[in-house]
Ligand binder design. Structure first.
Ligand SMILES: [Zn+2]
Length: 490
């Protein structure tokens, strides 16, 4: 049964739910009071944008969609460099090697197209993130606009149309005020007011970008949070102004959170010093590297020649280092990784055929950053120390904003601690339109009353090797595991 005439999805990249406060985001805070807020919603691991975007579109963890990192070494596509999923050139390379989309499984866009439903996306994130939200947008007959231009959209005519109507694309400044304004106009004045699609989605690149480079609680970051909140207020007004606005379902989400960085541990450099010549994503070609290493505050390590003895030595070396928070390896076992002391990638939802031989997460904790926000951890680099980062399993990286409003509220309101996550967005959108989920989806429709009030049952799994002890907390719901929080013990 169809429960809503139309759906509007609003995504704030990187937004932490504990930062949705009356002073920072009054419109969104007010919306949360009137609607249903899944306060313990979770991202996936790794909690990175393209991985999480793929989980939003496929309704499934990386174990299903196979985008196992923002960057990952993927010899089936190229042995020349580490695949960078932010770049359209690398996505095109992957598509030609794989004979189809980089994402495995069916997406929300695919299901909507199958049922003849329209889907419009307005995006201000990287080309790869814009791609992952509806990889087959053109074949599906859908409409995707990227504020980064024609080359960042699989339906470049959408960019041409909007430039003709609203003028040249805005400059890229930090914070991204101009881009926020431009995409808000496209979404409210064009998509909602005129296109009137069955499903409309807008993706704001803030506050993520400012968290990274201007720090989580800074004056400038607070200013851009206010700007996207004002944009949200305009979106609510535009929905109300549509005919049948009250029959619109509104889903507000973020893809992951962030924590502040406290220092640098350059794992690739340290491993090279140890005799394991390491290539990073920027190394094109990877030349005579023995291993590939990605970074952020976690990363994958792959053996270029498949030498598992080297992998085992590196895993043991990592577990001896104070900077390391967690270590994972592939395994048939649901909990224990192949190397003693490591956790299984299956427990974190990363056990895809493309999974790496080794995953590390840098140490992080619940300590407050200089702005009083909990969550502090090491990074390999990439942003200034003090800047925000995400990718790991700290609760403040994994905890996402997830709110259901309008017709999606279905009489409920207030805060629920029921287990939920970004994997539930696609099944919920489909259910609102009276459509079944794809068989590859592992999330569930949050319109089911029992999923709105279930109390989370935490399970904790620990492994150890010498002084190294780590723990991952998960919640199980109908066979799907939500990683809730992980880190080193002691
Ligand atoms: Zn993101």
């Amino acid at each position: 049964m169809q429960k809503a005439a139309r759906i509007v999805v609003v995504v704030f990249d990187g937004l932490r739910p504990d930062m949705v406060t009356p002073d920072r985001m009054p419109n969104l805070f007010g919306f949360a009071q009137d609607n249903l807020w899944f306060r313990e919603a979770r991202s996936v691991f790794p909690s990175m944008t393209r991985v999480a975007t793929s989980s939003i579109s496929t309704g499934a963890p990386p174990a299903v969609h196979g985008v196992v990192g923002n960057s990952f070494y993927y010899p089936a596509v190229t042995t020349g460099h580490i695949l960078d999923t932010s770049l359209m050139a690398d996505l095109t390379l992957a598509e030609s090697a794989l004979g189809g989309s980089l994402l495995c499984g069916e997406t929300l866009g695919d299901r909507l197209a199958f049922h003849g439903k329209s889907f419009a996306v307005v995006h201000s994130g990287a080309a790869g993130s814009c791609y992952a939200i509806n990889p087959r947008a053109a074949a599906n007959g859908h409409w995707t606009f990227s504020v980064l231009g024609r080359d960042a959209s699989r339906t470049p005519e959408a960019v041409d149309e909007m430039v003709a109507r609203f003028g040249p694309l805005p400059p890229r400044n930090l914070p991204r005020f101009e881009e926020t304004e431009y995409v808000t106009r496209v979404f409210t004045e064009h998509v909602l007011a005129e296109m009137d699609p069955d499903v409309a989605l807008i993706w704001f690149n803030e506050p993520d970008t400012s968290f990274h480079y201007k720090f989580l609680g800074s004056v400038e970051t607070n200013a851009v949070m206010r700007a996207v909140d004002i944009a949200f207020g305009r979106i609510l007004e535009a929905i109300a102004a549509r005919s049948g606005g009250e029959e619109t379902a509104i889903i507000v989400a973020s893809d992951h959170g962030q924590i502040s960085s406290s220092g640098v541990a350059d794992i690739a450099a340290l491993l090279t010093e140890e005799g394991h010549a390491a290539a990073r994503p920027a190394d094109r070609p990877i030349a005579d590297a023995r291993i590939t290493v990605t970074g952020g505050n976690m990363g994958e390590i792959r053996m270029v020649d498949g030498d598992l003895d080297r992998r085992d030595r590196i895993a043991r070396w990592l577990m001896e280092r104070d900077e390391i928070g967690m270590v994972f390896t592939p395994s048939e076992d649901p909990v224990h990784g192949a190397v003693p002391g490591t956790l299984s990638l299956a427990l974190a939802g990363m056990d895809h055929a493309r999974q790496p031989e080794l995953v590390y997460v840098l140490r992080s904790g619940a300590e407050a950053d200089p702005y009083g926000l909990p969550g502090l951890g090491l990074i390999t680099g990439g942003v200034p120390v003090g800047g925000g980062m995400h990718g790991g399993l700290n609760r403040h990286e994994l905890n996402t904003v997830l709110m259901l409003g309008g017709a999606a509220r279905a009489g409920a309101s207030g805060i629920t601690d029921s287990p939920a996550g970004i994997v539930d967005i696609a099944p919920t959108v489909l259910d609102l339109l009276g459509l079944a989920p794809a068989s590859s989806m592992r999330g569930a429709s949050l319109m089911h009353p029992e999923l709105r009030r279930a109390a989370p049952l935490y399970e904790a799994f620990q492994t150890r090797n010498g002084a190294f002890r780590q723990q991952l907390q998960v919640v199980r719901r109908n066979g799907h595991l939500f990683p809730m929080h992980g880190g080193r013990l002691g």
